[in-house]
Design a protein around this ligand. Structure first.
Ligand SMILES: [Zn+2]
Length: 328
């Protein structure tokens, strides 16, 4: 996508074929190329061919030229590309070696993120970098990204494979895009009547409809769809908080069985635990709760007194459970 904007020290603009000579200074530099997937360029003409063949209007790819405001010189290129399979925008960049160490990449990508977010929802940014490339790690940390898992990548010509790290940042969404982010925002502003307790990784709330008395949810603080999109420490703590919430539901509401379900396919795709206290004969036939068609009927909205009673019973139990002994 072609965009033009300025940051404190940079001018960002679309790349054009006449940039070939300037771009060759990094495309043809073995130092810059070490951890790149594309092969090293040996001729300016090949860089020109690459620039001529790019689809600069692809709405899922922001790949721009980075120029110094002070001199107007083009010193690098890069941006973000949308990957639908992981619902994230992957960052990528090259900077001429003599311009490394000034924080230009972080300055550019932070501003680019704001530019893209004005156009469409960005639910996550991510990046993969060679494990031994500490400069890239610093760029990702500056963008607020955290380590998620180890991975690897190959050069396009298959000449090398690098052990790599996958980093990611999940971004909170505006209310119109995600119902769970909207509830979290209401909770933080003291406006959610169903709120029970804040845990390390989420918010415990009583379900809006109480067809199954004591139905409770744990809303993940991260706007993420899958457990695999969370940093390992956060993920473990989120599972612990779920176990803790379910145990409190068990103690507070005395069901025959507690059902646990991690969903997040609705508006915004933001995962949240549904915790259902189940009792003998509470559904027409034995099985999951979802067979009950009218579960969200208004007649199952709790009265103010009932809601206060449920919240107080659950909060009392949550306060009694020591998080340090769960999952140990
Ligand atoms: Zn969300």
């Amino acid at each position: 996508m072609k965009v033009n904007f300025e940051t404190e020290r940079l001018i960002i603009r679309p790349l054009v074929p006449d940039d070939a000579e300037a771009a060759f200074r990094w495309c043809g530099d073995p130092n810059v190329n070490t951890y790149m997937i594309y092969p090293l360029y040996h001729r300016v003409e090949d860089v020109r061919t690459w620039l001529e063949g790019r689809d600069a209007d692809d709405p899922d790819n922001y790949d721009e030229g980075i120029c110094l405001k002070s001199t107007g010189e083009l010193i690098g290129s890069g941006g973000m590309r949308y990957h639908p399979e992981r619902n994230a925008w992957e960052i990528g960049y090259n900077i001429r070696a003599d311009q490394w160490g000034h924080g230009y990449t972080g300055e550019y990508l932070t501003a680019l993120l704001d530019v893209i977010r004005k156009e469409r929802p960005v639910e996550a940014i991510d990046g993969i970098f060679a494990a031994e490339n500490s400069k890239s790690r610093r760029v990702m940390e500056k963008l607020g990204m955290v380590y998620v898992r180890d991975t690897s990548f190959d050069k396009l010509d298959g000449s090398q494979t690098f052990p790599a790290k996958y980093y990611r940042r999940n971004l909170p969404q505006p209310a119109e895009h995600c119902g769970v982010c909207e509830r979290i925002e209401m909770t933080r502003n003291g406006l959610n009547p169903y709120f029970v307790k804040e845990l390390e990784t989420g918010y415990v709330v009583i379900g809006d409809h109480q067809r199954f008395e004591g139905y409770t949810l744990l809303l993940c603080k991260e706007h993420a769809t899958e457990l695999s999109q969370l940093a390992p420490g956060f993920r473990t703590a989120f599972l612990r908080d779920m176990a803790m919430t379910a145990e409190a539901v068990e103690r507070a509401f005395h069901p025959n069985k507690v059902n646990y379900e991690l969903l997040g396919a609705g508006k915004g795709r933001h995962m949240h635990w549904h915790i259902f206290p189940r009792r003998k004969g509470d559904t027409p036939k034995p099985g999951p709760v979802w067979q009950v068609q009218d579960m969200n009927d208004d007649r199952y909205l709790p009265s103010a007194e009932k809601l206060a009673e449920l919240k107080s019973a659950l909060r009392k139990e949550l306060d009694l459970i020591n998080p340090s002994i769960i999952l140990r």
